[in-house]
Design a protein around this ligand. Structure first.
Ligand code: ATP
Ligand code: MG
Ligand code: MG
Ligand code: MG
Length: 471
C-alpha cells in the first residue's frame, strides 16, 4: 500500500463507522498556548476541554504535525521525523474505550491485514478495563500486553483538567532491530517495538487537590503515524524508505551528486525531513525569522542546508543552494492529500531560496575553518576537537554549534558540548548579559549580529582562511 492509499483507507474506514471527515488544519494552531500543531487533536482542543461543543460527535482526520522535540531523533531512530501526519479518530461524548479498541484492531488486522501475532498492546498501569477489553474481548494474549506508566500511557491537558489513560498498539519488527536486552518490550527506546497507534481515553477531571473525578462526557482521541504504518506495510526498516520519502532522497542524491551509504544516510534523511517541514511551514504562512515559528523554520532550513555541506567535498557557494529544488518533489508526493501545495510551489521556493542564500555566507566561512582544523587534527593523529575553536566558530563567525557537531560526527572527531556551553556561559558572564538563558535563540542572534558586523562577506582566499583558522 502506498502512503496515499493508507491515508485514504483510514479515512474511509472511519467514515464507514459514521465519522465525519475534517480536512487537515494548519500547522499554525488557533491556540495561543501552542507554537505548532503537534498532534491530530490540537484543532479540537476546545472540544476536549469542554470549552466549545463539537459540531459532530465523531470526527476523523489526517493531520499534518510538526514536533521539534524530535529534531535530534531524525535520522537517528527509524521512526521519528519533525514533520509527520497523524491519522486520527475522535469521539466527543459518544463512543468510548470498547469501540476505540475494537475499531483500531479491526483496521489493523482486517484492512491493513497485519499479522496479529506480531502485535503488542500497552495499557496504563491500573487501567484494568482496557486490559480486559484487549485480553478477554479482542483476544490479545497476556504475554503481549504491557502495563506502562505515566510517561508513555497517560495524557493530560495540563496540571488540572481533562486527563486519562492511553493504550498503544505496537508491532514487533524483530530481534534484528532490538537492543538485545532480554526484557526488551514495548516502551523500550530501541527500534524493535514500533509504536504505531496511541488511543487516549479522556475520562477524568483532575482537581486542584490532585484528586480525579469522572468527566461527565468521556472523549476518545487517537493518533496513528502515517509514515510508520507505511514503513510496516511496505516492509521497510525506516519511515524514510517509504514512498513518502524516497523520491526526495533520490532527487537530493542527484542534485548533490552523492550516493546514499552509511556515511551519507543520516544527512539525507535530515534533508528529506526538514525540507518537508519547511515547505509546509512556508505553505502555511510562516517566514524565516529569529523568533517563534519563524525561528523553527529558519533552523530547519539552515540545518538541512548545513548537513548537506557535511557530505560534500566542495564548500557550498551561493550558486549551490539546492533545498528549494526539492519543493516540487515534496508537492508531487503530497498533492493528493494537500492539493494546495501544488499552487504554492513558486512561493515556497522563493522563500526557501532567500534563506538558503543568506545562510551560505555564514556557512562557507565556518565550514572552511572547521575542515582545516579537522585536517590538522588528523595529521597530528588527534581525535578531539578543541573547544576554543568550536566556540570561536560560533561566537565570531555565527556558525551554529549543532552544525559543528554534525560535521565532526561525520569526520569521527569528538567535540564536547559541555565545554562549549561552559564557554558560552563564561562569555555571557563576561559581557554581563547573564539574564539571558542558553537557548537556541541566542545562537541565531549571533548569526544576525555577524551579518550586521561583517555584511555579506566575500571569500577572499586561502591566506585569509588560514589566518582565520589560527585565531
Ligand atoms: P514515540 O514514543 O515513538 O516518540 P509518541 O508516544 O511520542 O511516539 P504520540 O504522541 O503517542 O507519539 O503520537 C501518536 C502517534 O504519532 C505515534 O504512535 C506515532 O505513530 C506517531 N508519531 C509520533 N511522533 C512521531 C514522529 N516524530 N515522527 C513520526 N511519527 C510520529
Ligand atoms: Mg515521542
Ligand atoms: Mg510513545
Ligand atoms: Mg504514544
Amino acid at each position: 500500500m502506498t502512503g496515499n492509499e493508507i491515508r485514504k483507507s483510514f479515512i474511509d474506514f472511519f467514515k464507514s463507522k459514521e465519522h465525519k471527515y475534517f480536512e487537515s488544519a494548519s500547522l499554525i494552531p488557533d491556540d495561543k498556548t501552542l507554537l505548532l500543531t503537534v498532534a491530530g487533536m490540537v484543532p479540537f482542543k476546545s472540544f476536549f476541554l469542554g470549552e466549545k461543543e463539537a459540531p459532530f460527535k465523531r470526527i476523523t482526520t489526517y493531520q499534518k504535525c510538526i514536533r521539534t522535540n524530535d529534531l535530534e531523533n531524525v535520522g537517528v531512530t527509524t521512526r521519528h521525523q519533525t514533520f509527520f501526519e497523524m491519522l486520527g479518530n475522535f469521539s466527543f461524548g459518544d463512543y468510548f474505550k470498547r469501540e476505540a479498541i475494537f475499531w483500531s484492531w479491526e483496521y489493523i488486522t482486517e484492512i491493513l491485514k497485519l499479522d496479529s501475532e506480531k502485535l503488542w498492546v500497552s495499557v496504563f498501569l491500573d487501567d484494568d478495563e482496557a486490559y480486559d477489553i484487549w485480553n478477554k474481548e479482542v483476544g490479545v494474549p497476556e504475554e503481549r500486553i504491557v502495563r506502562l506508566g505515566e510517561d508513555d500511557n497517560w495524557w493530560a491537558a495540563g496540571p488540572i483538567g481533562s486527563c486519562g489513560p492511553c493504550s498503544e498498539i505496537y508491532i514487533d519488527l524483530g530481534e534484528k532491530l532490538g537492543c538485545g536486552n532480554l526484557d526488551c518490550k514495548p516502551g523500550c527506546d530501541c527500534d524493535r517495538y514500533l509504536e504505531i497507534w496511541n488511543l487516549v481515553f479522556t475520562e477524568w477531571n483532575r482537581l486542584e487537590d490532585g484528586s480525579l473525578i469522572p468527566l461527565p462526557e468521556k472523549n476518545i482521541d487517537t493518533g496513528a503515524g502515517l509514515e510508520r504504518i507505511a514503513a510496516v506495510m511496505q516492509k521497510k526498516e525506516s519511515n524514510f524508505d517509504t514512498d513518502l520519502f524516497i523520491p526526495i532522497i533520490n532527487e537530493t542524491e542527484k542534485i548533490l551528486e552523492v550516493e546514499r551509504n552509511n556515511k551519507t544516510d543520516k544527512a539525507l534523511k535530515i534533508i528529506a525531513d526538514h525540507v518537508r517541514a519547511a515547505a509546509f511551514l512556508i505553505g502555511d504562512g510562516v517566514l524565516p525569522s529569529n523568533e517563534g515559528r519563524g525561528y523553527i523554520l529558519r533552523k530547519l532550513i539552515r540545518r538541512a542546508f548545513g548537513v548537506a555541506s557535511t557530505i560534500k567535498e566542495r564548500i557550498f557557494e551561493k550558486e549551490d543552494i539546492f533545498l528549494y529544488r526539492l519543493v516540487p518533489v515534496v508537492a508531487e508526493i503530497m498533492k493528493e492529500a494537500y492539493p494546495e501545495m501544488e499552487s504554492k510551489i513558486d512561493y515556497i521556493e522563493k522563500v526557501m531560496k532567500i534563506e538558503e542564500e543568506k545562510f551560505t555566507v555564514t556557512l562557507k566561512n565556518g565550514v572552511e575553518i572547521l575542515k582545516e582544523e579537522v585536517e590538522k587534527l588528523k595529521k597530528d593523529g588527534k581525535d578531539k576537537f578543541p573547544s576554543e575553536i568550536s566556540f570561536k566558530l560560533y561566537d565570531t563567525y555565527g556558525f551554529p554549534f549543532e552544525l559543528t557537531k554534525e560535521v565532526l560526527e561525520y569526520e569521527e572527531i569528538e567535540v564536547s558540548e559541555d565545554e562549549f556551553l561552559e564557554k558560552l556561559e563564561e562569555q555571557k558572564i563576561r559581557s554581563k548579559s547573564s539574564k539571558e538563558t542558553i537557548s537556541d535563540m541566542i545562537k541565531d542572534e549571533f548569526i544576525d549580529e555577524f551579518y550586521e558586523k561583517h555584511g555579506k562577506t566575500k571569500f577572499i582566499g586561502y591566506e585569509e582562511k588560514e589566518a582565520k583558522a589560527k585565531i
